[in-house]
Write a protein that binds this ligand. Structure first.
Ligand SMILES: [Zn+2]
Length: 314
């Protein structure tokens, strides 16, 4: 496919120069038109390969679901709070709409209505919050619970939030992508959080039709979330690894393996009170089950290291 720096997407009018500037694509069609120019960057972001996630038939049956050992370990973990919580998140966009930063006001509003109508079919009595209709104090409250991101907090145009009755599942609307659905559970419950969210995701996909290409998977406005669109993370409390400085070595180690250790509020944030978020940093090239199993493996290694350091300091 030929393209040059001036060529614009016929659907959203984005150019590759614009992408190089803001690192966001304008719509699903941009991935086809600018594929050649994007390929080296996609390889740099994701290290490897093509999409192999659930849309390519790699279903979640390979998930190693809570074995007795996992349950025993989770109970043990609860006693020292090393693993505070688990978060699973999907980034999705609805086919036929430009990505969020190219949406017009009326399109953004119709998108919120559409997703809410579909979510009502799946979730029990969900609540819709339009960010324009609540106070700054209420917004900060939602952000402190990790239910909305700093990006959505500062969104001037129409952003929204759908909350399940018990607030375990939440869907940010018109953040960086149309849909950022997440499930947060206390302790280490990665499989459970994934399966709850996966069910919602599959039904919403059937009802709304997500932007998707066979080779690239689910399409996101920033190519760093492309493919599975999946972010799995645990919030860890690591006072002894922080005090000993070993956390820096662990950060380097997980980075080489496609994972990242960040501050409590995600990308670009600092750790607060020895709390860290461990999550996958790439989203393309592995199946959902592989990302989850890697997260569980790294979590165990880090938790074991924290406990060893603590014993040495007694
Ligand atoms: Zn486009």
């Amino acid at each position: 496919m030929q393209e040059n720096i001036q060529q614009a997407c016929e659907f959203c009018f984005a150019t590759i120069a614009e992408f190089n500037d803001i690192k966001l694509l304008g719509c699903e069609r941009c991935y086809v038109i600018f594929y050649k120019a994007l390929k080296p960057q996609l390889e740099a972001f994701h290290m490897a390969g093509e999409y192999v996630g659930k849309g390519a038939g790699s279903l979640t049956k390979a998930l190693d679901l809570s074995t007795k050992k996992d349950v025993a370990r989770a109970a043990e973990v609860d006693t020292d709070n090393t693993i505070i919580s688990t978060r699973v998140r999907f980034a999705r966009n609805i086919s036929g709409y430009p990505f969020v930063h190219k949406l017009k006001g009326a399109e953004a509003a119709s998108l919120i209505d559409k997703v809410y109508a579909s979510a009502k079919e799946v979730l029990d009595n969900p609540q819709l919050i339009l960010l324009n209709n609540i106070t700054n104090k209420q917004k900060l409250g939602l952000a402190s619970l990790n239910l909305i991101s700093t990006k959505l907090l500062n969104q001037i145009s129409s952003g929204g939030l759908i909350l399940s009755k018990n607030k375990t599942i939440s869907i940010m609307l018109n953040e960086e992508d149309h849909i950022r659905a997440q499930c947060i559970l206390m302790g280490e419950r990665v499989d459970e959080a994934f399966l709850m969210l996966d069910e919602l995701d599959n039904i919403l996909n059937k009802m709304l039709g997500f932007a998707f290409l066979d080779k690239l998977g689910f399409l996101t406005s920033c190519p760093t979330n492309l493919g599975t669109g999946l972010r799995v993370s645990v919030l860890l409390y690591l006072p002894h690894l922080t005090a000993s400085g070993e956390i820096l070595e662990i950060k380097r180690d997980v980075k080489e393996k496609g994972f990242a250790i960040r501050g409590v509020y995600g990308e670009g944030t600092k750790e607060i009170g020895a709390k860290y978020q461990l999550s996958n940093d790439t989203t393309l090239g592995l199946t959902e089950a592989e990302y989850i199993n890697n997260l569980k493996r790294f979590t165990k290694q880090i938790v074991d290291a924290e406990r060893e350091t603590r014993l040495l300091n007694i």
